[in-house]
Design a protein around this ligand. Sequence first.
Ligand code: SAH
Length: 219
Amino acid sequence: MNEPTAPWLAQRAEMVRAQLRARGLRNERVLAACAEVPRHLFVPEPLRPQAYEDHPLPIGLDQTISQPYMVALMLECLEPTGRERVLEIGTGSGYQTALLARLCREVYTIERLTPLAEDARRALEGLGYANVHYRIGDGTLGWPEAAPFDGIVVSAGAPEEPPSLLAQLAEGGRMVIPVGDRWAQRLLVIQRRKGELHRRTETACVFVKLIGREGWPEG
Ligand code: SAH
């Protein structure tokens, strides 16, 4: 792939300016990561020219790579410092995984659909990310052996807050999760402080379904 990188760089800079900063995102570490990660390498090849546009894109198997703004907003809500061990549910394309790998210490990512998980892993390993742990399975149950986590990001919409994930959130940790019905959810930021869970709603959103034991039933 000996294509020139300059046009992609320019498209990323424009994405950060027009879609992220212009909408009020201010976390400089998150914005810098978005300016660096080659999003076009996480979308199917024919869609690469659209990789930096302001909308989700199909990645196969009825799933999508989320809109750049939504990914950046979720990461801003996590407030990563670089020291965190984080759990990501819904690896999908692996794009958000790459951002997490830059923004946090260790990333544990779970995807239920094997072909997506394999493509994402190939793309992430090709880019040299070495602090990512991969699992294929039902992410609603979390990753108990690696818990607790300083951050949990759920990239698919849940009907309720999965109790297993709440239980795996460390003291001081934050979980970002869309909760609601099939076509309309609220993006919740849940923080554990002094053992208590505190919740706020960040925005309205629409994600694909979180399917699993503590999510939606299959089909
Ligand atoms: N952040 C990803 C989002 C992909 S869409 C990206 O931008 O590419 C959400 C993903 O969650 C889909 O790939 C879907 O298969 C996955 N998913 C849904 N339910 C899941 C579950 N219970 N465990 C793990 N992954 C799940």
